[in-house]
Design a protein around this ligand. Structure first.
Ligand code: SF4
Length: 427
């Protein structure tokens, strides 16, 4: 059978030295992740304890939600709170009581810390404990930080899931846990493929509803759906669960390798694996090939933003024929990114962290065909004639697994098409 290639034959990026950058970084903060997390958990409310700046960030990032009953909000710290002249805990208790009395549909309340709440050292874990006692058993209150101090936007989800892991019940049942919040339709595809292989029980973190939250213990084996969940992985391991190391399920090859690692852990035969995956693999290969024509032979430069960079570089180099020049990532977690890096031939610069001016100098010197970067850097680079792709789009768009593999390649092809059209108009 056509087994996936788990590593590159020869020197790979897994052995490459890492250029560590510690300078100014330009990324969104962890509050951004509330935009996709609140859709995943319809019984949850995210209460940011922050400033007007935090409220504005959420409102502008979630502008499309303006007509919906919001499931996130900001308890605004006023100047007197920041100066320590008022008891912020009392105010928070009042706000929460008011919110819960108006919204009986809320079953999970996340108290989300911010830069201002961290600067004044507002202890939200104490608040979560107190509010849990006050509103149990109907409401679960969990706190985590979405602050932008030395973090990037995907760490908001990591912090949220790591905090949820701490309050999961204990249980030693052998089970598979899929970790990471994907759109329901994509998560259902993963669950369906795994069910067809006969693996059971399978649970998800986050669970869509609080009553479906998994119990965790020595029998739990977990597969990450996103590469930015390092703290969550550690929290699960502390509870006795074991990670199934695998490339991330992007593209045909990545999805097959991810499923293969799960199948091997649960003793699924090659015949069953082939029967379940053959058709969607063929569909994914065809869909990627249709979009990859535009990407073949082109160079790509990743600025550090989402932590998806090593996985995407693997997909673009192996399935779309692109040449990564630099793979920058905010944090490099070798235990998680290692399987992806092992599939990329050595050559690109591997960098961790950000020193934005120095990185921009390297982009300008390399003049890549495509630069994957944060939104704030894209416009200036476009103005200099460079094609860019916003990395945050890779988080908001369904791009995992077989059925989305063609769309994933298409997301990278589009800016090249646009630039070709602009060049055509100019000539
Ligand atoms: S958490 Fe920090 S970085 Fe994020 S919006 Fe609030 S002040 Fe700005």
């Amino acid at each position: 059978m056509n087994r996936p290639v788990p590593t590159f034959e020869g020197a790979s990026c897994a052995d490459s030295p890492v250029l560590k950058e510690r300078g100014q970084h330009e990324v969104f903060c962890g509050l951004t992740s509330i935009i996709w997390l609140h859709r995943k958990m319809p019984d949850a409310f995210f209460l940011v304890v922050g400033s007007r700046t935090c409220a504005h960030l959420l409102q502008s990032a979630a502008g499309v939600m303006i007509f919906a009953e919001p499931r996130f909000g900001t308890a605004i710290l006023e100047e007197q709170d920041l100066a320590g002249m008022a008891d912020a805990h009392d105010e928070l208790d009042r706000e929460v009581a008011h919110l819960l009395s108006r919204r009986p549909d809320i079953r999970r309340l996340f108290l989300v810390g911010s830069c201002p709440s961290e600067v004044i050292k507002l202890d939200l874990s104490r608040a979560a404990e107190r509010l849990t006692k006050a509103h149990a058993p109907h409401i679960q209150v969990v706190n985590y930080s979405g602050s932008g101090i030395e973090t990037t936007f995907t760490q908001g989800e990591d912090a949220c899931l790591a905090a949820m892991t701490e309050v999961l019940p204990a249980g030693d049942e052998r089970q598979l846990l899929l970790v990471g919040s994907l759109p329901d339709v994509v998560e259902d595809q993963a669950l369906s493929l795994i069910a067809e292989m006969g693996i059971t029980p399978v649970r998800t973190l986050p669970a869509r509803r609080v009553e479906d939250a998994p119990a965790i213990g020595a029998g739990s084996r977990f597969a990450l759906l996103q590469p930015f969940l390092g703290d969550t992985a550690l929290a699960l391991e502390r509870r006795g669960a074991e990670m199934i190391a695998a490339p991330m399920p992007f593209g045909e090859e990545g999805t097959t390798a991810w499923l293969r690692a799960i199948a091997d852990e649960f003793g699924v035969s090659d015949e069953v694996f082939e029967r379940v995956t053959a058709a969607p693999r063929a569909r994914a290969r065809k869909a990627v090939a249709a979009k990859a024509e535009r990407l073949q032979g082109k160079s790509v430069f990743f600025l550090p933003d989402s932590q998806l960079e090593p996985s995407l570089a693997r997909f673009l180099s192996r399935e779309c024929g692109m040449t990564p020049l630099e793979i920058g990532t905010p944090f490099l977690h070798r235990g998680i990114a290692g399987p992806d890096l092992a599939m990329i031939p050595s050559g690109p610069v591997l960098s961790e962290g950000q020193d934005v001016e120095r990185q921009l100098d390297r982009v300008r010197a390399a003049r890549p065909d495509l630069t994957v970067c944060g939104m704030g850097l894209a416009n200036p680079l476009e103005a200099e004639g460079l094609a860019t792709k916003w990395s945050i789009e890779l988080i908001f768009t369904p791009v995992h697994l077989y059925e989305q593999a063609g769309d994933l390649a298409g997301l990278f092809a589009r800016p090249l098409d646009r630039r070709a059209r602009i060049a055509g108009l100019a000539s």
